[in-house]
Design a protein around this ligand. Structure first.
Ligand code: NAG
Ligand code: NAG
Length: 518
């Protein structure tokens, strides 16, 4: 869970290229281990009826009556973070990023022996979206609500809070939610095209309907559903999601009308207007701009299309340059020695992981184009862009002033008091005795002890602007983890693994507390 924020724009840069390499500290990590753990995390976040091959064994079935009150089956999907609301918008963004990771780096994920886990992580989300899309113009947006959920500290298996479901429809539109869900399903349809063509076709069908619904009935979902306002309000509006969905549908179908949509609406939807320095579950413009630019590489284009896509690319370059400039500015100052991309104090790691992914993709793009990146204050090679992305991934894995891995369960030092209800309380497997709403706060939340369960693969909010991190359960700005923090890293770790030799490596299993379970 997190409160929404306004986004900022960077107007100028300071970018000496010599410092880019300084940001990449030389420390070798096992990226295959990081990849393995990242995918494991999604099993800890599962809602619904868990399958026989569930590996995270401190979790059990939960949310088995979700949707019942409204007469719809909404069992399944993911909890977004350390609480138990199923928020549609960040869940869909998470799945889009997982699918994009597989689309770009599927070979590397396969080489690491993790492709089935990656597909399972995606399918746990897409199965839910298919269920939630009950009619062409109806999409269930959320189960539970932040206010009542946050009143309790309970294991998901014991949940007693409201599981009321909320939907968007023709009279209560939500183009942002419909657009992001369409993007997730379109991207996932590409992922499943070979291994499960029937399923791929089903996902595409839902994606197309959702895009039409979102485009025809325009509106922000937080205007239709009051319950999301204080948690995942769509501050950037819905235009970025509609462009994003159109570009993903174009990629999935090759349909020229989807590309035309992104070209014709580039200006009025802000696609070629917004110059932005962050990419998140809310603000998609940088991702839109990079996917649009990728078409310059792949497609036969008419001159006007080419012209608009080049404008998209120019804004994508702005994003990449501003990411580089931000951390460069940080390492100039002695009080910011870590070189971490820093956007804001609450869950800053989400911006770091999404930037690491976009820059990795953009580095590959530059390489394919055979060009360098020309930033206002210096030229950057594709290798330098990748090196910066690696420096951010390495910071997450432990190359930082605290010497701590912000990927939980990785290495020997990592956050032990993650703000996560299930992880912070005795496992349901060990003790099935009911733990009530406030009982959890009294007995478990306030403890100084480490969590009894390690939520392996979670990426917590991370340190402040001076690289300080407080490993306390109540410090939710820093110790809460979200599914969209980890999802983009799946692609980054896969790419870095392929560079480090790409073979199947020994996975390191430290023992997590007294139990031999994950
Ligand atoms: C980049 O900016 C710095 C700081 O303003 C300046 O000293 C340097 O000369 C600039 N470099 C280039 C290549 O413009
Ligand atoms: C991190 O590791 C470095 C190098 O081993 C050491 O100098 C530094 O004191 C460590 N910092 C912390 C906070 O443990």
């Amino acid at each position: 869970m997190e409160f929404s924020i306004s986004f900022n724009i960077l107007f100028f840069f300071l970018l000496p290229t010599v410092l880019i390499n300084a940001a990449a500290q030389e420390q070798e990590f096992s990226y295959s281990d990081a990849l393995f753990k990242s995918l494991l995390y999604f099993e800890a976040q599962r809602s619904g009826h868990l399958p026989y091959n569930q590996r995270v064994s401190w979790r059990h079935h939960s949310g088995l009556t979700d949707g019942l009150q409204q007469g719809v089956d909404l069992v399944g999907g993911y909890y977004d973070a350390g609480d138990h609301v199923k928020f549609g918008l960040p869940m869909a963004f998470t799945v889009t990023m997982l699918a994009w990771s597989v689309i770009e780096y599927g070979d590397a994920i396969t080489a690491a022996g993790e492709v089935n886990h990656a597909l399972e992580a995606i399918k746990w989300g897409t199965d839910y979206f298919v269920k939630a899309h009950t009619q062409p113009n109806v999409l269930w947006a959320e189960v539970g609500d932040g206010d009542t959920d946050h009143y309790c500290w309970q294991r998901p298996e014991d949940m007693t809070t409201s599981r009321r479901a909320y939907k968007i429809d023709e009279n209560n539109p939500g183009s942002d939610l419909a657009g992001e869900t369409a993007a997730a399903l379109a991207a996932s349809s590409i992922v499943f095209r070979k291994s499960n063509p029937h399923y791929s076709h089903l996902l595409l069908h839902h994606a197309q309907q959702l895009f039409e619904f979102g485009d025809k009935y325009r509106g922000r979902y937080d205007s239709s559903i009051g319950a999301v306002k204080s948690y995942y309000a769509s501050v950037s509006g819905y235009k970025d999601e509609l462009l994003w969905a159109a570009l993903w549908l174009h990629r999935a179908t090759g349909g020229g009308h989807y590309l035309d949509y992104a070209v014709n609406k580039a200006h009025c939807f802000g696609g070629t207007g917004w110059a932005i320095s962050e990419f998140s579950w809310d603000v998609k413009y940088a991702g839109v701009q990079i996917i649009a630019a990728q078409n310059l590489l792949r497609r036969e284009l008419q001159p006007n299309q080419k012209h608009i896509l080049e404008q998209y690319r120019s804004k994508a370059e702005h994003y990449v340059c501003s990411c580089l400039a931000k951390t460069m500015a940080a390492i100039w100052k002695p009080e910011h020695p870590g070189g971490l991309l820093y956007i804001r104090q609450w869950n800053n790691m989400q911006y770091v992981s999404s930037a690491a992914f976009l820059l990795t993709v953009f580095s590959d793009y530059l390489k394919s184009m055979g060009t360098n990146l020309h930033c206002p204050n210096g030229t950057v090679t594709p290798e330098e862009v990748l090196s910066f992305a690696k420096s951010q991934a390495d910071y997450i894995l432990g190359s930082n002033p605290m010497n701590i891995s912000y990927l939980v369960g990785f290495g020997t030092k990592y956050p032990k008091r993650v703000h996560h209800r299930g992880a912070s309380m005795v496992s349901y497997k060990e003790n099935k005795g009911f733990i009530g709403c406030t009982q959890g706060y009294d007995k478990w939340y306030g403890r100084k002890d480490e969590n009894p369960n390690v939520v392996v693969g979670a990426v917590v909010g991370g340190p402040d602007c001076q690289d300080n991190f407080g490993d306390e359960r109540g410090n939710y700005m820093q110790t809460e983890a979200c599914t969209y923090n980890t999802a983009p890293l799946v692609g980054v770790f896969a790419k870095l693994h392929s560079l480090s030799g790409g073979s199947i490596q020994e996975v390191v299993f430290p023992s997590y507390g007294s139990s031999d379970n994950y």
